[in-house]
Design a protein around this ligand. Sequence first.
Ligand code: AMP
Length: 118
Amino acid sequence: MASVFSRIIAREIPAEIYYEDDLVIAFKDINPSAPVHILICPKREIPTVNDATPEDEAALGRMWTVAAKLAAQFGIAESGYRLITNVNADGGQEVFHIHMHLVGGRPLGPMLKRVKDT
Ligand code: AMP
């Protein structure tokens, strides 16, 4: 079955789409963690980073330049932001279609607890 993001790409379910080209799409996260929370994903349904192939490098590289473009567009390029890709269970991945979270618009704090603090 197609991923929820493939269904957004196919316009089968609605999303607030901010950017789209031949390789990638970017849209608002439905359950945002910060004032700016955008998901950027390749149009090809690659389940996880583990499944990425050399043929995907153009799309995966494009995700970074689109992230920079959107960060500027949303006014958070200078204040800063975080780019996150979760993989499988320990990474907390919920949607099995590679995506990059672009999160910002507030101080995000430390990325993860240090091992010594857990
Ligand atoms: P991850 O845990 O990295 O797989 O993140 C999946 C993200 O997809 C979560 O932040 C969800 O809020 C988001 N999400 C799930 N369904 C939708 C949807 N229909 N439209 C936009 N974002 C979604």
